[in-house]
Design a protein around this ligand. Structure first.
Ligand SMILES: [Zn+2]
Length: 157
């Protein structure tokens, strides 16, 4: 499967810039297409991000530096690949950033497959995965990662 190029669709809501990101965040992703001034809030929907590599991480952190510490940053619908970077890379999640929602891997025994379930940060208490049932069979699924590691980014709960 060919990697798609990086795309940003933007919607402006007063002082908030809402963006849907799509494709690969790598050396070919042009983050300079995102305006870096003029907004108080930057809302990033990561739902369709398929890949992030080390160049992409470096560029993303540089981009956050340009935005500065005063704006509000929201990350929404973060896929597992983004959560793993947030947990591993200092500076990916700044103090001025919050995560609205993110995907977590669950395993359904009935279907013998992994499902990515969208969670809100406040569903996770004490870094324990909330109980989730398979949308098709209704059976309870097992969380399919190491809770302490996967929920590492959720602090002070
Ligand atoms: Zn199932």
């Amino acid at each position: 499967m060919a990697q798609q190029g990086f795309q940003v669709s933007t919607v402006i809501q007063e002082k908030c810039l809402k963006m849907a990101l799509k494709g690969a965040i790598n050396e070919d992703a042009d983050l300079n297409q995102i305006p870096q001034t003029g907004f108080l809030e930057y809302y990033f929907d990561f739902n369709d991000v398929t890949l992030i590599n080390s160049c992409g991480i470096r560029d993303w952190i540089g981009f956050l530096d340009k935005l500065g510490p005063k704006v509000k940053i929201v990350y929404a619908r973060c896929p597992q690949i983004i959560i793993e970077q947030i947990n591993m890379v200092q500076g990916f999640l700044r103090p001025n950033a919050t995560i609205e929602s993110f995907y977590a891997p669950y395993y359904c025994e009935h279907h013998d497959e992994e499902k990515k379930i969208l969670l809100k940060v406040n569903e996770v208490k004490g870094r324990k995965a909330p109980k989730k049932n398979c949308p098709e069979s209704g059976e309870e699924m097992e969380f399919d990662a190491i809770e302490e590691q996967y929920f590492y980014f959720i602090k002070g709960q």
